[in-house]
Design a protein around this ligand. Sequence first.
Ligand SMILES: Nc1ncnc2c1ncn2[C@@H]1O[C@H](COP(=O)(O)OP(=O)(O)O)[C@@H](O)[C@H]1O
Ligand SMILES: [Mg+2]
Length: 250
Amino acid sequence: MLELRNINKTLGGQSVLRGLSLRVERGETMVVVGSSGAGKSVALKHMIGLLRPDSGEVMIDGQTMHTAGGAELRKLRRWFGMLFQGGALINWINIFDNIALPLRERGESSEKEIKDRVREALEMVNLPQIQHQMPAELSGGMVKRAALARAIVTRPPIVLYDEPTAGLDPILSRNIDRLIQHLQSQMGVTSVVVTHDLVSAFSIGDRVALLHEGRIACMGTPEEFQHHESPLAHEFIAAQFGHNQTFQTA
Ligand SMILES: Nc1ncnc2c1ncn2[C@@H]1O[C@H](COP(=O)(O)OP(=O)(O)O)[C@@H](O)[C@H]1O
Ligand SMILES: [Mg+2]
């Protein structure tokens, strides 16, 4: 469905992605974990065509993304909904207009259709009557959910989430996890979730991949990942949960 093949990317003189390969199957939730600065956001930006690789390929459903430009790129981007790191609603327009934005950009829906779609998206994320409120009037968790509604309002087949639980307390984080699972089961979307929250990774991921030094160091189901032979997986888990497994070797 979505594949990165041997991606290399240097940014600001720093080799960020070094032979990154990752294949995401249709309908699965792939979680990419890795420490801060590992290149997770950079990898997501390659998937959606916001960054181009220095070398390597980005494929979406058999079509090449990395060479697409202009109208072709815009068409391929329609496959995606994206929840950007930090949520990022536009502060000076209300929630309705924020969520309607991707539909209006496409210019294909009537105002009536837009109203229905926005209402439907808000119901999906369990946000009732807040359409006329401004972003500043909402709590952090509600902003995140409204941003999620905006990411899915066009009913995209692929949704990318960049740190969906960052900055939220554990209860709100689990809430967002459940929502991601709900969207997945209701809409059958293919999801890529970037996070450094392992609780989240293990609860929502069909597979979990660890990004380290610009490539995938290890990958598996949550179960496999937790018992992975790679010392890097152990270290990453130990750093979050404090298990004393750091120096265990095979
Ligand atoms: N546009 C850019 N210009 C220069 N360096 C960048 C740019 N974007 C990201 N980087 C660098 O690439 C590395 C990976 O960044 P990022 O993908 O944002 O990490 P994270 O895994 O925390 O999401 C960081 O060292 C960051 O400083
Ligand atoms: Mg990031």
